[in-house]
Design a binder for this molecule. Structure first.
Ligand SMILES: [Zn+2]
Ligand SMILES: [Zn+2]
Ligand SMILES: [Zn+2]
Length: 346
């Protein structure tokens, strides 16, 4: 008999059929084709991008010259623009606003052929630091309500260029996915006066079957109602609502957790396309979500979701929001733990 499971943070259902998942046998070749010669993100091509916003580079070296390790630039084809007013307005029952926001690219390495899952701890720490610093900078702009950090790897995951990069968006709205998580977390708090994510961390530490890896600050796990095979979450063990408050000493432990998770997925699935999504507390509008005795900061818990894109969604899934996942998260977690043990990583 197939089973249905509900995710307590989204109320999303997933169906697990009886038959077992067969992983792709050959590595998934799914990269956008752009050669280093014409790549605007490669070292030496700094003049082919808009001027950099922020970079990790040796002291004294000039902006927009080679020598950087991680470099943030505005997207030349930005879907949101930084200049102007939000201009919220209605047209009858319909709401509109101007496409105001930030759309930045974090170029994660000067190496065109670098693989995120092969990055060392130092580089991943620089990247995590960059995410935090971009958030700390963008939060100052009163027009923004949410900052979205994500990483698209592979064509199926939406990547347009093969050079390793991730994206930072500052939005004048709160994304639906985050709003739903906040609503569910608020309901949970109203019932139990506890953070649902903290409860998940505690229960998974007890159950152990879905835990992939844990260090002093972070846990990597396969969620109870994983939407896709090998959906993987990374959560801070201690309750933290805003990613931008990440303490300096946790940058390296987060980098380690991200490294372990992406290495294990790459090794088990042969470099699959995936989306890496950071969910954190909205900014400036926290008050809107504060209810009596219940500030948002106490019931919402930031986390990272990694979603391998092993196939396209079908009409049933688009239409219902119910996913069909042929691999139980317990089995996925066991396989990822096996890969980590084999590699003696950690
Ligand atoms: Zn490149
Ligand atoms: Zn929590
Ligand atoms: Zn989430």
């Amino acid at each position: 008999m197939s089973i249905l499971r509900r995710d307590p943070t989204s109320y999303g259902w997933t169906i697990y059929p009886e038959e077992d998942f067969q992983p792709p046998l050959s590595p998934c070749v799914d990269q956008p084709e752009n050669p280093p010669e014409t790549c605007p993100f490669c070292a030496g091509h700094e003049d082919q991008t808009p001027p950099e916003i922020m970079a990790v580079r040796p002291p004294g070296s000039d902006p927009n010259t080679p020598g950087w390790r991680v470099r943030t630039i505005p997207d030349r084809n930005a879907v949101l623009r930084i200049e102007g007013q939000v201009g919220r307005r209605g047209e009858g029952l319909y709401d509109m606003m101007n496409g105001i926001g930030a759309h930045e690219i974090v170029v994660e390495t000067p190496d065109h052929h670098g693989l995120f899952s092969d990055f060392d701890e130092a580089l991943l720490s620089d990247i995590v630091w960059m995410y935090r610093e971009r958030m700390r900078d963008l939060v100052k702009d009163p027009r923004f309500r949410y900052i979205q950090v994500c990483r698209n790897y592979g064509v199926r995951a939406g990547a347009r260029l093969s050079h390793p990069h991730s994206l930072v968006f500052a939005l004048p709205v709160i994304p639906r996915a985050v709003r739903e998580e906040i609503s569910r977390a608020a309901e949970y708090w109203q019932m139990k006066e506890r953070c649902v994510f903290c409860d998940i961390v505690n229960q998974e530490q007890t159950d152990k079957g879905r835990v992939v890896f844990q260090n002093s600050d972070f846990i990597v796990l396969e969620p109870f109602a994983a939407r896709t095979p090998f959906e993987t979450w990374i959560l801070p063990l201690e309750h933290e609502s805003r990613f931008l408050d990440l303490a300096d000493e946790k940058i390296v432990t987060l980098a380690r957790a991200v490294r372990l998770a992406t290495r294990a997925l790459a090794s088990e699935l042969g470099n699959p396309p995936y989306n890496l999504i950071l969910h954190t507390s909205p900014i400036r509008v926290e008050k809107q979500f504060d209810m009596q005795h219940m500030p948002l900061a106490e019931y919402y818990h930031w986390h990272i979701e990694i979603i391998p894109r092993l196939r396209e969604l079908n009409g049933f899934e688009y239409g219902t929001g119910i996913y069909v996942n042929p691999l139980l998260p317990e089995k996925a977690a066991a396989r990822l733990r096996g890969v980590i043990d084999q590699n003696h990583a950690g």
